[in-house]
Design a binder for this molecule. Structure first.
Ligand SMILES: NC(=O)C1=CN([C@@H]2O[C@H](COP(=O)(O)OP(=O)(O)OC[C@H]3O[C@@H](n4cnc5c(N)ncnc54)[C@H](O)[C@@H]3O)[C@@H](O)[C@H]2O)C=CC1
Ligand SMILES: NCC(=O)COP(=O)(O)O
Length: 329
C-alpha cells in the first residue's frame, strides 16, 4: 500500500526493443517519492546503468522505490537489442501484459499502465490476435464495448472506430456502436474526471459534416438523429461538427471531450497539440488502464533520446483514476 492507501500501479514492459525500458527508468526518477509503481519485465532488458530493485511482490514496490526502479522479474528467452524486436521475445510481451492484468484484478495493483507494443510484432510472432492493447484488454475482461480516449490538458478525444483500415470505417460506424461510445465516454467523464455535466462534441464523418447531404449521408441518416435522441435524455452533445474546424482553440472551449469517427481524425489533433504529454486511457473496462500516447519508437531506442513525460502522465492519471474510484466505492 502507498501513502494514499492504494496498492502500486503495475507497468508492463511493452516491447523491450522499444523505448519502454528507458522511459520506465525515467518515470521512476520523476515519481520515486510521490507515486508507487513497479515494472514487470526482464531486468536484463533495462539500460545497463539503470538503478533497479528486484521485488517478489507488488507490496514491496513502495519501499523498493527508494533504491531504484521496482522490478517484478519476468525472464525472457533472449537478450535485448534496442531498435530490433526479437521474434523469440514476442510471446513474453503478451505474457507480461496478461500477468499485469491478473495482478490488477487480484487487487495487488491499483491500475495498469502499459508501455508501447508493436502490434505487428506481436501478431506475427507473439500469438497475439488483436490489433492493440485496447481490444486485447476488452477481450480479457469479457467486455463487448470499450472506448479509447486520448487525454491531455488541451484536449480529450475519442475515436469511435479504432484500429481498422480507413476503407472499413463507414460500415463499422453503427448507431449502436456510436451510442455505446457516447454513453461510456459520458459516464467516464463523470466518474473518472469529476465532470458532473460533461459536454461532448461529436464529429461528422465526411467533409463539412456532410454539407447537408451533398458530401456524404452518414451525418443526416445516423449521427444527427442519434444525437437528437440522446439530447432528449439530457446529454449535453454538440454536433455533428465538421472535423476540420472543431479542434481549434476557441472551438475546444465549448466541450470537455470530442468524439471523432476514426483513428486519425482523433489522434492527429491531440498528437499535434500534446504529443509529449498525451495519455491513452481505456474506458469501459472493470479496471483502470492508461498508456503513453506514443509508440515503441524503435528509431531512437537505447540512444538516451526518449522523453518519459507521456509515461509519467500516464502513471499519474492511472493513480488518480484508481484513487477516485476507491474514494467513490
Ligand atoms: N500504446 C501502444 O502500444 C502504441 C503502440 N504503437 C506502435 O508503435 C510502433 C511505432 O509507431 P510509430 O507510428 O512510429 O509511432 P511512435 O510514437 O513510436 O514514433 C513516432 C515518432 O515519434 C518519436 N517518439 C515517440 N515517442 C517518443 C518519446 N517518448 N520521446 C521522443 N521521441 C519519441 C519516434 O522516435 C518517432 O520519430 C507501431 O508498431 C505501433 O503499432 C503506436 C502507438 C501506441
Ligand atoms: N494509436 C494508438 C494506439 O495504437 C494505441 O493502441 P492500444 O495498444 O492502446 O490499443
Amino acid at each position: 500500500m502507498s501513502g494514499s492507501g492504494l496498492p502500486p500501479v503495475a507497468l508492463s514492459c511493452g516491447d523491450p526493443a522499444g523505448i519502454g525500458p528507458e522511459i520506465a527508468v525515467g518515470a521512476w526518477k520523476a515519481l520515486r517519492d510521490s507515486l508507487p509503481f513497479f515494472w514487470i519485465g526482464d531486468p536484463a532488458h533495462l539500460p545497463e546503468d539503470a538503478p533497479m530493485a528486484l521485488i517478489d511482490s507488488p507490496s514491496e514496490a513502495m519501499a523498493a522505490a527508494a533504491e531504484g526502479l521496482p522490478v517484478l522479474p519476468h525472464p525472457f528467452p533472449r537478450a535485448n537489442t534496442p531498435g530490433t524486436p526479437s521474434p523469440e521475445n514476442a510471446p513474453g510481451v503478451v505474457d507480461v501484459l496478461t500477468r499485469a492484468v491478473e495482478l490488477v484484478r487480484a487487487g495487488e495493483a491499483s491500475a495498469l499502465t502499459t508501455a508501447p507494443i508493436a502490434k505487428k510484432v506481436l501478431v506475427d510472432w507473439g500469438g497475439f490476435t488483436h490489433p492493440g492493447h485496447t481490444e486485447f484488454l476488452a477481450d480479457l475482461a469479457g467486455v463487448e464495448h470499450v472506448v479509447m480516449m486520448l487525454a491531455s490538458e488541451e484536449l480529450r478525444v475519442v475515436p469511435a472506430t479504432i484500429h481498422i483500415p480507413l476503407a472499413d470505417v463507414p460500415s463499422a460506424l453503427t448507431e449502436d456502436g456510436l451510442e455505446a461510445t457516447i454513453r461510456i465516454t459520458h459516464a467516464a467523464l463523470r466518474r473518472d474526471f469529476g465532470l458532473l455535466s460533461p459536454r461532448i462534441a461529436i464529429a461528422g464523418l465526411n467533409p463539412h459534416a456532410g454539407e447537408g447531404g451533398l458530401l456524404g449521408a452518414e451525418e443526416g441518416a445516423m449521427i444527427a438523429p442519434l444525437l437528437d435522441r440522446l439530447r432528449a435524455e439530457g446529454l449535453d452533445l454538440i454536433g455533428p461538427l465538421p472535423g476540420d474546424t472543431m479542434f481549434h482553440a476557441a472551438a475546444r472551449a465549448h466541450y470537455d471531450a470530442a468524439i471523432a469517427m476514426y483513428h486519425d481524425q482523433a489522434l492527429i489533433p491531440i498528437k499535434t497539440l500534446a504529443f509529449d504529454r498525451g495519455v491513452n486511457v481505456t474506458l469501459g473496462l472493470p479496471f483502470v488502464r492508461t498508456s503513453p500516447d506514443h509508440g515503441t519508437a524503435f528509431d531512437i531506442a537505447g540512444r538516451g533520446l526518449a522523453n518519459p513525460t507521456s509515461l509519467i502522465e500516464a502513471l499519474k492519471l492511472a493513480h488518480q483514476m484508481a484513487a477516485m474510484r476507491a474514494a467513490a466505492s
